[in-house]
Design a protein around this ligand. Structure first.
Ligand code: GTP
Ligand code: SPV
Ligand code: MN
Length: 606
């Protein structure tokens, strides 16, 4: 179905004239049309059909080795004024950027088909949802967007003919040339241009480009929030459900926490965890004054390595039908998939993510000659795209257009030391400071070095579509609006290490034990210890029943310990970060956050 909306049509005609595709196909969202596209992708070799019995409806896709992750150094926020992009973003004048990119798109789709994808971020008709159109020359993008969003005719039908409120997304894989790769947001034009990539976060424009970069800017202007947060519900034995969001940087555990299975002891008592979203939350104040969250997504684009029946049963289940696998390994004997951490039996007749065969070789001991490192079969940032409806613990509220009321928000990251297992902020303003202070060791989700500690405020460093100082100010304004109905703010760290470099906390399902404390704090049911950085649990209040042998009370004591010397260093670094990385580079840090820094410093003493 072609839209009657003149604003969409005018833009579409312009882009078509620029890209000059041989054909245009409007994606209607029907299974019939998607099946045709799959067949075409199998025919051309763009994608590979997997074992129809073991993995019904599942397909395999491999990207170029130079195109396996988000590219932050080639991602731009093109606001008219440089100061509106702020110190955390690359910026170019929109006029210059359009002038540079236009020739690159000129005729780029000659000999190709342009697919027009109408999609809704959020349940169609939800007061929080928004519409986007993505033009792309990639079937991979169409098939992924069909899983990750609500899309097709039903979006066009619900979209008013005279509305101009839609995001204009233009994507071409072009030559997948890394030197000419650009992921560009024009927040003031509701426009995204992406070129020369075919990898997930760079090309599924509804996800990071729209639902975080553009949406965070819209949220600031319209009084709501777009955050890099999972949303989960914990149902207690009495049947009441508490909803929690959590922001961790990429590949730091959102999907895992969102789908956690409580430990035996909790299960027996009747605790259940439900997933509302695993990556992005859009949140608005509801009529009762509380903050309500939806996930704008309709599926999961999750990290494959490390996902197994024990670590994340629900995610694994979600991938068993109608899923897309990107850059994992193939077991050529039965055309199933494999990745590091799936099980201990790597296929003998494997094809690595690069496309190379490793039949019969002792691949685990294969050493990469260039790096000297052990080779892996699946890329560390290989991913699955799975329909949310496949998830065994999907929340019954998943499609609720009004979202779910949030009681607690959690920040976290990968920190080998310093940051305790959990602590609670004193209030919303202090919580905003805590969010601004998130730092984490880098992962394979973006190109660049892995394992380097970097500041990643609110886990949004790569995704804030405007000036980070204004973003922090928006957080403070939301807090004022929410008043005493504001969610409580916490910080967690599952990644603290002992002197041998082993994780001290078992993590995964056992993170339920920390959620339990968080919920008790929200309900005023448990005391805490006041420290200079916030409230930490009394060690005996973290339930370690059933963890015998793995975690002792002493370990918990260590895990919730606040080491003053380390924290003095931490605060010194925060002041340097605020002063040098943000303020000196044009970030308008709210005075209230500097005040929080002063207060923590004073509490820590000389
Ligand atoms: P994005 O999709 O990139 O935004 O990532 P994410 O935050 O959803 O991360 P995900 O849940 O996929 O986890 C990434 C990696 O962290 C996986 O390899 C997990 O095995 C590991 N991980 C997740 N939770 C825990 C935990 O509680 N403890 C430890 N040690 N590792 C964890
Ligand atoms: C992330 O990197 O945070 C992701 C994957 O969720 S991507 O969609 O590629 O951004
Ligand atoms: Mn993410």
């Amino acid at each position: 179905m072609i839209t009657k909306n003149q604003n969409v049509l005018k833009w579409f005609e312009e882009m078509k004239a620029l890209c000059k595709p041989d054909n245009v196909v409007w994606i209607d969202g029907s299974e019939e049309q998607l099946a045709q596209l799959r067949e075409e992708a199998f025919r051309t070799g763009e994608m590979i059909k997997l074992n129809e019995e073991k993995l019904p409806g599942c397909i395999y896709h491999r990207t170029k080795p130079n195109d396996v992750a988000r590219v932050e150094d080639r991602t731009f926020i093109c606001s008219r004024r440089k100061e509106d992009a702020g110190p955390t973003n690359n910026w170019m004048d929109p006029k210059e950027m359009y002038a540079m990119l236009t020739p690159m798109y000129d005729g780029v789709m000659k000999g190709r088909t342009m697919y027009v994808i109408p999609y809704s971020m959020g349940p169609i008709g939800s007061p929080i949802a928004k519409v986007g159109f993505e033009l792309t020359d990639s079937i991979y993008v169409v098939l992924n967007m069909a899983i990750m969003t609500r899309m097709g005719d039903k979006v066009i039908e619900a979209f008013p003919d005279d509305s101009n409120d839609f995001v204009r997304g233009l994507h071409s894989k072009a030559d997948v040339d890394p030197e000419k790769r650009y992921i560009v947001q024009f927040p003031e034009d509701n426009t995204i241009w992406s070129i020369n990539s075919a990898y997930g976060g760079n090309v599924l424009l509804g996800k990071k480009c729209f639902a975080l970069r553009i949406a965070s800017f819209q949220g600031k202007n319209e009084g709501w929030m777009a955050e890099h947060m999972l949303i989960l519900g914990v149902q207690k034995p009495d049947g009441t459900t508490t909803y929690i969001t959590a922001a961790f940087p990429s590949a730091c555990g959102k999907t895992n926490l969102a789908m956690l299975i409580p430990p035996e002891g909790y299960k027996k008592k009747g605790y259940k965890v439900f997933t509302v979203g695993d990556d992005i939350a859009w949140m608005k104040q509801g009529p009762d004054g509380r903050l309500y969250a939806i996930t704008p997504e309709n599926g999961f684009f999750g990290v494959a390595p490390g996902t197994n029946a024990k670590s994340n049963f629900n995610a694994l289940e979600s991938t068993k039908k109608n899923a897309i696998f990107t850059n994992v390994a193939i077991n050529k004997d039965d055309m199933t998939v494999w990745w590091e951490g799936l099980d201990k039996n790597p296929p003998e007749n494997a094809q690595e993510w690069t496309g190379l065969d490793v039949n019969g070789k002792e691949w685990t001991s294969q050493i990469d000659e260039k790096t000297g490192k052990k080779k892996v079969l699946a890329h560390p940032n290989s991913r699955f795209t799975a329909p949310a409806q496949n998830c065994p613990c999907l929340s019954p509220e998943f499609n609720n257009p009004n979202g779910v009321p949030i009681s607690a928000m959690i920040f976290g990251g990968r920190r080998a030391s310093t940051t305790p297992l959990v602590y609670q902020s004193f209030d919303w303003t202090h919580g905003t400071y805590v969010g601004s202070a998130v730092s984490s060791e880098t992962t394979a989700a973006a190109t660049g070095a892995v394992g380097v500690l970097r500041h990643d405020p609110m886990a949004m460093k790569p995704f804030i579509g405007y000036n980070v100082g204004d973003y922090w100010n928006h957080w403070l304004e939301m807090g004022e609006k929410l008043g005493d109905k504001a969610p409580k703010i916490f910080n967690v760290n599952w990644f603290r290490q002992d002197e041998n470099g082993n994780f001290m906390w078992p993590g995964f399902g056992d993170n339920m034990r920390v959620l339990d404390w968080i919920i008790d704090r929200c309900e005023g049911k448990v005391d805490a210890v006041e420290t200079p950085i916030g409230f930490v649990p009394k060690p005996e209040d973290i339930n370690i029943e059933g963890l015998e042998g793995e975690v002792s009370l002493d370990t918990v004591k260590h895990l919730v310990d606040v080491d003053k010397d380390l924290w003095k260093k931490e605060i010194k670094e925060m002041r340097r970060y605020y002063d040098e990385d943000i303020k000196a580079k044009g970030g308008n840090i709210p005075q209230a956050l500097y005040d929080e820094l002063d207060k923590i410093e004073a509490r820590l003493g000389k």
